[in-house]
Design a protein around this ligand. Sequence first.
Ligand code: ATP
Length: 430
Amino acid sequence: MAEDLLQKITALAKRRGIIYPNSEIYGGFGGFYDYGPVGVEMKNNLKRYWWRDVVDRRENVVGIDGTIISHPKVWEASGHVKGFTDEVVECKKCHQRFKVDEIEKKCPNCGNTEFTEARKYNMLFKTEVGVLEGEKVTAYLRGEACQNIYLNFKNVVDSTRMQIPFGIAQIGKAFRNEVTPNKLTLRTREFEQWDLQYFVHPDQIEKWFEYWKEERMNFYRGLYTKQENLRYWEHPKEELVFYAKKAFDIQYRTPWGWAENEGIHWRGDYDLVQHGKYSGKDLSYTDPITNEKYIPWIVETSGGVDRTLLYLLIDGYEEEKLESGDTRVVLKIHREIAAYRAAIFPLVSNKKDIVDKARDIFNTLSEKQKVVWDSRGNIGKRYRYQDEIGTPYCITVDYESLENGTVTLRDRDTMKQERVKIEELEQYIS
Ligand code: ATP
């Protein structure tokens, strides 16, 4: 069942331009995916939706956009050069490699029970900066996006009106040389993260941790339709890093089990202390009212954009039996995330008056919303296409439109059709 659904979603994603395997004409490249014309719209909508929730609607959160490559010392200070490792074993029979925590006695591929000794791999991608041999410097593609936020903490304090408590948000690419990339975009080697680092007074961390834990769950509750597929998972005390008092994942129930969507982390003063030490710079904060000087503590919320989009595809995918006996595939995805708010169809493509009227509607609506045009094939086929990519509304311009200025508006979820006045369309679909 689980594999079946994942296969269907992978096929749909390819068929309808949501996600393509990268370098497919060369046989693909493990752990890399591209977004197609529909997928890029969804992903942009998803990032905007996060930004609105985490940045725009709050008076004390600001955004940044940092680079993928930073000074190599950053990754020493953060602990990634030494400790960003996975333990890997190889099956002695089929020679496939796995992370140690992926195997339970038996090889997931062939069932064999003998493995090589576990070896540690660093997951950072290395690159070189500089042109002359001998002068090149080894640098890293960022293994997590959040480091740029710590690096710019001081800059933000000095260049904005922010006072603690405040947050710095960022959406950006991260790179990990994963041993076993799998399940479409669940685990890839290049992906995007959305991060919020919220800087607080040490006495206040408990309160803000609980606040963000709740806020982030509310965000996902608003995004997915199947609420029963969301839960918190608390990290066991014995597995916490030394600076964390607690940690929670927000998990989504996928067809193959509960899986991480986002982590809520208690980072204490770890990051600013480390960067202070390695850079020799004072990264403390002075309260403008009390004059107290301290290193702020951090609550981090860090989630995956691509992974969330995959979960949204899983969440919204439905096959419905129709009265006609046919099966309808429909993606009941959040309408703010759908690639297009509405599709506009001229009923026939060879009747100028109808096509012109439909074009007028397209031009008017596209000033406010992302809409899409389709004049190809019969209306039933056009509906089916839009259902599969989750377009909430279809608007058909027909002969009656020329007479009385109304169009047929069809709803994705109910398939109900009603006549709506052209002037009211914009309000209706927004
Ligand atoms: P996992 O346990 O799944 O490897 P993690 O705990 O290492 O994830 P974090 O470092 O906390 O993940 O990263 C934050 C978020 O980034 C995760 O919740 C996930 O949504 C996303 N993420 C992490 N690694 C990947 C990856 N290889 N591919 C896609 N998304 C990822």
